[in-house]
Write a protein that binds this ligand. Structure first.
Ligand code: GPQ
Length: 823
């Protein structure tokens, strides 16, 4: 591993000063904070650039296989601090900034999050890029340079208000516009076919289309402790030929205006839906736009060095991050046949050895299904190809299951007037993976059972992971330093080494040190909450945290209903023995998700009542942290005592927040869902608190048509009391109807939707019991500290380094490319 002898303090300092001059015509004592951030960022980029050049040169030279990770989302967060960390120069750079009179935290705080993603799926893509670079694998991230990323959330009067995220306002110092790679993407029109007399081949040409030019922007992805700098390539859209605008030909003028609008709209904004498909035409345009551009470029690059496109799969693999980029299958077929002149069978052979698919959910409402009318109008040639893929696939199904119409209904790619993207991805992909053991099992046994029976060899599991560089080394410097002091710094690139901490779990001094670090991180979070929410919280209370997207299946409602119940209990028994608890929430709701938004209002309303009730002596506090995102997440994970992972069993494919909390020493309070199952397996059931229905039980109830929540309502007084408080004005004195929808969703079947779809009331008692156990365990400080240490020591499996090595070994078959020192 490299050291930091390459780092030249004076040069770095000089660069910051000269950047400030040339960018802003200012000395650093005259510049504002944003300008200082820019000046520092450009100085860091200067160092990155040489390694970036060296990496791409070495890749060209060695010509090893490359993975293209295709994703609609890359939730990168901030780059500056992470780049400093991965260059292994954080402390040195911090020193330089100090000498220049700057506080590194203040400088880092000026950078807007690159929030080109919704939640777990997008953040996973970002962690994967970090691991790929650190492990020295040739890789590209391929995505969209949204002008507006995930909206900023403001809380006004307890309600979520969405504010546009103009993240590029001050420019992005790390990106590089690659004007030399303009790539045309075509939409609409019709397909003209003819026979080429010379070759005798049928030819297909898209006519009367609307086109945009895709322009790539490259963002460096710095590997930790290596010279590798990979590329996140995100595409912007520009009108094809502005020249035409001056044309007086009416048809051309009309077309030029349309193309200008198409270009403007296509990359305007990230769709803010998590685990939910909305079926919007513009979304399909976004998908084809970045997929077509990425596949075209990948093939062009391949052809610079190779002349037989039939062997593409030897050098290129496309990983589809969920079904969002699945048009890649047909786009690759189109290029291979229409542009490279391959026959169908040859093109299919290449495609099915090049494309692989990751599934991230079993939630039915997330499944992408495009109406044929829309799909074929927007992508006429692509639709023809999908039709032919489907025709052949249905023949295969018929041959294997003669007379079994049910198999066709379930597996056909085109059925019932819709194009089913998951079916296309599975049919064409050479690998299909889930993201946690339980999730993959459910795919194989339930959701994708027919596919699994027909092609079991494609299916495999890749349990998710997170990068310890961002979520421990950067997010929690105190804990990182403590760990390094105990076991050395090998854990930074080999997280399994954390298990060496196990020898310290009974050491009283170590326990105290760990509690002290947690306390300091809680003070840091308390300060953040005070500054951003104006609420005082007590760092001596238990920090009980649920941060993630707001979704019914994630059951923030269960959490807040329990808080309401606990509040009632404390009011009834003022002497009740409870450790003071701060319930911390953070969550964005999709803009059109009504019941999710009501839940945010409910949390804030409960917070208002409880936080202002002096009679409970601050035993319970409730805080809703505004605008939860990657950057404040880093502060939050470091400060958590309890990690709420309470999704309805079977619904959370994996979860990755659960891993970030564990790595920072929080105890998991959760259901046996997603990767929680593996967390418990690693740390031992005694070091987590598990409750609720199992996934088998949930699935059984669902197959039987649900359960009867009225029975619980009628028989459990405490639950009934809490539910009545939703509609008696206790938390909505000005409008008793405000939370009626939530109340109804728990108790009434409504238009095909079962009452309490997510088993909140069914799991309530067992959750309340689990919360009691947390209370008891925390009272024994030593036992708690031991558990905390065991959680950290057992988190080794959950590094995205491990996940990536599995993808590389089982799916991608990449080889490392070592980048020699630059200077
Ligand atoms: N996930 Cl389908 C998302 O964040 N957004 C999505 O649209 C879909 C899945 C999540 C999933 O809910 C989590 O359980 C996973 O941990 C995460 O993807 C990464 O696999």
């Amino acid at each position: 591993m490299s050291n930091t002898s390459w780092f030249n303090k004076d040069e770095f300092k000089k660069n910051i000063i000269s950047n400030c001059k040339s960018l802003f015509r200012k000395n650093i004592d005259e510049a504002d904070k944003q300008q200082l951030f820019q000046s520092v960022a450009y100085a860091v980029k200067e160092i990155i650039i040489d390694r970036w050049i060296a990496t791409q040169k070495e890749y060209a030279k060695q010509d090893k296989k490359t993975v293209y990770y295709m994703s609609m989302e890359f939730l990168m967060g901030r780059a500056l601090g992470n780049n400093m960390i991965n260059l292994m120069a954080y402390d040195e750079m911090k020193e330089v900034l100090e000498e220049l009179g700057m506080d590194i935290n203040v400088i880092e705080d000026q950078e807007p999050d690159a929030a080109l993603g919704n939640g777990g799926l997008g953040r996973l893509a970002a962690c994967f890029l970090d691991s790929l670079a650190t492990l020295e694998y040739p890789a590209y991230g391929c995505g969209i340079r949204y002008k507006y990323g995930m909206f900023k959330q403001e809380i006004k009067d307890g309600y979520q208000v969405e504010v546009p995220d103009n993240w590029l306002k001050d420019g992005n110092p790390f990106e590089i516009k690659r004007s030399e790679y303009p790539t045309v993407v075509k939409f609409g029109g019709y397909v003209r076919s003819y026979r080429d007399e010379k070759t005798g081949r049928d030819m297909f040409v898209q006519e009367d289309y609307r086109a945009v030019t895709a322009i790539p922007y490259d963002v460096p992805v710095v590997g930790y402790g290596v010279n590798t700098v990979n590329t996140l390539r995100i595409w912007d859209a520009e009108p094809v030929d502005t020249f035409n605008l001056s044309s007086f030909d009416k048809g051309d003028y009309q077309k030029a205006v349309e193309e200008e609008n198409l270009a403007k709209n296509i990359v305007e904004v990230l769709y803010p839906n998590d685990n939910h498909y909305a079926g919007k035409e513009l979304r399909l345009k976004q998908q084809y736009f970045f997929v077509s551009a990425s596949v075209q470029r990948a093939i062009a690059q391949y052809k610079e060095r190779h002349d037989d496109v039939r062997k593409l799969y030897e050098k290129v693999t496309f990983q589809l991050n969920d079904t969002h980029p699945t048009v890649a299958v047909a786009e690759l077929m189109r290029i291979l046949m229409d542009e490279e002149g391959l026959e169908w069978d040859e093109a299919w052979d290449v495609t099915t050895k090049t494309v692989a698919y990751t599934n991230h959910t079993i939630m039915a409402e997330a499944l992408e299904k495009w109406p044929i009318e829309l799909f074929s109008r927007l992508l006429p040639r692509i639709y023809q190809i999908v039709e032919e893929i489907n025709r052949r696939f249905v023949e295969e199904i018929k041959a294997k299951y003669p007379g079994n119409q049910d198999k066709i209904r379930k597996m056909a790619i085109i059925y019932d007037g819709q194009v089913k993207m998951a079916n296309l991805a599975i049919c064409a992909g050479y690998s299909v993976n889930g993201v946690a053991k339980l999730h993959t099992e459910i795919l194989e046994k339930q959701e994708l059972k027919d596919f699994y029976e027909m092609m079991p060899e494609k299916f495999n599991n890749k349990t998710n992971g997170i990068t310890q560089r961002r979520f421990l080394l950067h997010a929690n410097p105190l804990l990182a330093a403590w760990i390094t002091d105990k076991i050395g710094d090998g854990w930074i690139t080999d997280l399994t080494q954390l298990k060496k901490l196990k020898v310290y779990v009974d050491d009283a001094k170590c326990q105290q040190e760990l509690m002290q670090i947690k306390y300091k991180n809680k003070v840091r979070l308390a300060k953040y909450i005070k500054e951003h929410n104006g609420i005082d919280v007590d760092p001596n209370s238990i920090f009980d945290v649920q941060v993630k997207r707001l979704h019914e299946y994630k059951r923030q409602l269960l959490n807040i209903l329990h808080v309401m119940y606990l509040y009632n209990e404390v009011k009834k028994n003022p002497d009740m023995d409870i450790k003071p608890r701060t319930f911390i929430f953070g969550a964005k709701a999709a803009a059109g998700y009504k019941i999710a938004k009501q839940t945010i209002k409910l949390i804030n309303s409960v917070a208002d009542v409880i936080n202002n009730d002096a009679s409970i002596n601050g035993k319970i506090k409730v805080v809703f942290i505004e605008n939860y995102r990657v950057s404040n997440g880093e502060i939050i994970f470091a400060a958590a005592d309890v990690s709420e992972q309470i999704s309805t069993a079977s619904k959370e494919a994996s979860g990755t927040g659960n891993m970030k909390f564990m790595l920072n020493g929080a105890m998991t309070l959760g259901t046996m869902d997603g990767a929680n199952v593996e967390i418990v397996q690693e740390v031992g059931i005694e070091n987590a608190v598990i409750f609720g229905l199992s996934s088998d039980e949930v699935i059984r109830y669902e197959n039987e048509g649900g359960y009867d929540p009225m029975e619980i309502f009628n028989n459990d007084q405490n639950i009934r009391e809490v539910l009545m408080e939703l509609i008696n004005g206790k938390y909505s004195p000005d409008d008793t109807e405000r939370f009626r929808d939530i109340y109804n969703s728990l108790l009434n079947n409504q238009g095909g939707r079962r009452a309490d779809t997510y088993f909140i009331l069914k799991d309530f008692r067992s959750y309340a019991d689990a919360q009691k156990i947390i209370n008891e365990r925390y009272s024994d400080e030593k036992a708690w500290a031991k558990s905390m240490m065991l959680n950290i020591a057992s988190a080794g499996k959950f590094s995205s380094d491990r996940t990536i090595e599995e993808y590389v070994h089982d799916i991608w078959k990449l080889e490392k490319v070592h980048i020699p020192d630059v200077k």
